[in-house]
Design a protein around this ligand. Structure first.
Ligand code: NIG
Length: 388
């Protein structure tokens, strides 16, 4: 692989300093790594020079929460919601049926298509979850397919109790045979801790069983109402608690005092007619915030991280710097990939060469020009995967 120097950068966001944006900068990629960042006047030679002609450059988006192992769609459920019907966890069962009936090739193709869609919009690191299989065989199939395509795979057997099954029997299965089968193929375990899904005791059981097998923990918490998700996640040292739509003061405090990232999913809140999360309270208290798409066919059918950033700035009182950082460094932190060799969500020597060039002079245009597709070029691990 050859080296590339990127010049003509209008504004460079590195996430290495506060605020971490620079003008007159250049960067050099060699193989799959960033090897140099500094003033263009001192940029070393490289095999190829790419002049981005005044455009803004930032780390690729890190989408730390998606559910891309699915078949079918839920358009009619969405339409009913827009007509006033509330979102319910039970809708997951519709996608479980469709996913179980799909062939392995169909699921793999669906995943590839959604990952390609995200990459074309600047997403260069992506997590995805199982959770639409809910049998040992179907969950295992999903995890194996996911591992071929995405950066991080999460086991979400505790997404919903399959209709007709006894809750405690199902939790026994998840904590036993399912985790035994899945643990070698995934890095993370997640639970949907919510009314209509899993209560705090059962969620805790699943998470402890996963931790015993060496998996990192994540929690879907406080999505549809106040609840124990945040408390559980912070007590068990989960890397992130995702949704955080309904928080009280003690939840905010617990997050601020913990290493657990609050991952906010604004596209989901809009699509389910929930309030938007109080990002300001979390940031002002000192919590670490990530933004992610939650791309899935039920509650948030978008892969657009730009849409999440735009919403965060226009409607959640996050500054553009906070929103960009949350959608890059914050996602990386939620996946524990923000440090060390091959880090993502940052642009510095040693980081993975994941670069997003905007067709705009500054990242502020993501909010200034809402809804306009602004991705110009994308490099992922040093490969130019989109050319403006
Ligand atoms: O994060 N909340 C649980 N899981 C997904 C929704 C899944 C679905 O409705 O199919 C979410 O929103």
């Amino acid at each position: 692989m050859t080296s590339t120097v990127i010049t003509g950068v209008g504004e460079l966001t590195t996430n290495t300093d506060d605020p971490g944006t620079f003008t007159g900068a250049a960067l050099v990629l060699d193989g799959d790594r960033v090897v140099w960042v500094g003033p263009e006047t001192r940029a070393p030679e490289a095999d190829t020079r790419v002049d981005v002609e005044g455009r803004a450059v930032l780390p690729g988006w890190v989408d730390s929460h998606t559910h891309l192992l699915f078949a079918g769609d839920r358009t009619s459920e969405f339409a009913a919601r827009m007509a006033g019907r509330p979102y319910r966890a039970g809708g997951i069962a519709v996608t479980v049926d469709a996913t179980r009936q799909a062939s392995e090739a169909e699921l793999a193709e669906n995943l590839r298509r959604h990952v390609a869609e995200a990459t074309a919009q600047g997403t260069t690191c992506i997590e995805t979850k199982t959770g639409y299989g809910l049998t040992v065989a179907d969950e295992l199939r999903a995890a194996k397919i996911a591992a071929t395509e995405v950066d991080e795979v999460t086991f979400l057997g505790a997404h919903l109790v399959p209709p007709g099954e006894d809750t405690d029997d199902y939790v026994d299965l998840v904590c036993g045979d399912m985790l035994d089968a899945l643990a070698p193929h995934v890095g993370w375990c997640d639970v949907f801790c919510e009314q209509g899904a899993f209560d705090a005791d059962r969620s805790g059981r699943v998470l402890r069983a996963a931790a015993e097998r060496g998996l990192g923990l994540r929690v879907h918490g406080n999505q549809l109402g106040a609840g124990p998700g945040v408390r559980l996640a912070t007590e068990l040292g989960a890397a992130s608690v995702d949704h955080c739509t309904h928080l009280d003061g003690s939840d905010v405090e617990a997050l601020a005092e913990s290493d657990t990232v609050a991952t906010l999913l604004p596209a989901c809140d809009l699509s389910t007619r929930q309030p938007l999360p109080d990002a300001r309270a979390l940031l002002d208290a000192g919590a670490t915030v990530a933004l992610a798409s939650n791309c899935n066919p039920g509650s948030s059918y978008t892969s657009s991280m730009a849409f999440c950033v735009t919403t965060a700035v226009l409607q959640m009182r996050m500054s553009i710097d906070e929103a960009i950082r949350a959608a890059t460094w914050g996602g990386a932190r939620a996946l524990r990939r923000e440090e060390g060799d091959g880090a993502v969500g940052v642009l510095r020597p040693g980081a993975r060469a994941d670069v997003h060039v905007l067709d705009a002079p500054s990242a502020a245009w993501l909010a200034y020009r809402p809804g306009v597709p602004l991705t110009h070029s994308v490099w992922r691990a040093g490969h130019r995967v989109r050319r403006g």
